[in-house]
Write a protein that binds this ligand. Structure first.
Ligand SMILES: NC(=O)c1ccc[n+]([C@@H]2O[C@H](COP(=O)([O-])OP(=O)(O)OC[C@H]3O[C@@H](n4cnc5c(N)ncnc54)[C@H](O)[C@@H]3O)[C@@H](O)[C@H]2O)c1
Length: 249
């Protein structure tokens, strides 16, 4: 039902669980992909998997090492996408970090470092693609269930995702009708990011998840692909929860 044939999709955090799942899904539906992440080696491994083997057909794939907290790095990523594929149809901004620090011990430096990646990074990645966006384009940012539920062990993360939510809504207002902008708010997704969380508090979190399991990268990728697709052609400024019902506990 969904085709991204002829569309260029920039995915930040592409080496991560949600970004890589989104890359696999959109590649299988014909997209040209710019895989962007701070880590070069897993990006290249993902590219090799997607094109079948090292040395396979990379015509629809391009890897860019990026630090989303850095203005010049984000501009270079967007320019590289435009140079390689002639423009950008979709940005999926999945880069992010999730450290745990109780508020009593949180330093200003820890707060600011987190904000630089999760909040500044969202602003910088989105702003960098603006001059390259084609008609009927879209942006998907990733917030979190944490934005609305809060957490005793990473208030900075929750605050950064609250910022992503309201920034996304504002961007949607600014860019309509040419570009739609939406957020996906995952619950607990089984990626590298939540390994420690699932080990320490997994049983309790599962018990309050009506779907009875953690989410997968593929669960989130499906929601992202939907929001980028023409099926969501009248959806903008929206926050799509992908959390197995945990919010309603
Ligand atoms: N996994 C979950 O349960 C969950 C829940 C809610 C929200 N999210 C959000 O979804 C997004 C993706 O998370 P994930 O589960 O795939 O995590 P992940 O840790 O698997 O992937 C995150 C990726 O972001 C990259 N990254 C980190 N800092 C970067 C920087 N400065 N520049 C460029 N790349 C950088 C990392 O290298 C990594 O590949 C994040 O924004 C995260 O906060 C995840």
């Amino acid at each position: 039902m969904i085709s991204f044939s002829g569309k260029t999709v920039v995915i930040t955090g592409a080496a991560g669980g949600i970004g890589a799942a989104t890359a696999r899904l959109m590649h299988s539906h014909g997209a040209c992909l710019v895989l962007a992440d701070a880590q070069a080696a897993p990006l290249e491994a993902l590219r090799d998997t997607l094109c079948g083997s090292p040395g396979g057909d990379t015509a629809r794939l391009h890897c860019v090492t990026v630090d989303v907290a850095d203005e010049a790095s984000c501009s270079a990523m967007a320019q590289a996408a435009s140079d390689r594929f002639g423009g950008i149809d979709h940005l999926v901004h999945a880069a992010g970090v999730f450290p745990e620090v109780p508020i009593e011990r949180m330093t200003l430096d820890q707060w600011q470092q987190l904000m630089r990646v999760n909040s500044d990074g969202t602003f910088l990645a989105c702003r960098a693609v603006l001059p390259h966006l084609r008609d009927d384009s879209s942006i998907v940012t990733i917030a979190s269930i944490a934005a609305s539920r809060g957490s005793a062990v990473n208030a900075h993360y929750c605050a950064s995702k609250g910022a992503v939510l309201s920034f996304t809504r504002s961007l949607a207002l600014a860019l309509a009708p040419r570009t739609r902008v939406n957020t996906v708010s995952p619950g607990i997704i089984a990626t590298g990011m939540t390994e420690a969380l699932r080990e320490t508090r997994g049983a309790r979190l599962l018990a309050s998840t009506p779907m009875g399991r953690f989410g997968t990268g593929d669960d989130v990728a499906g929601a992202i692909a939907f929001l980028c697709s023409p099926l969501a052609g009248f959806v903008t400024g929206e926050n799509l929860q992908v959390n197995g019902g945990i919010l309603f506990d």
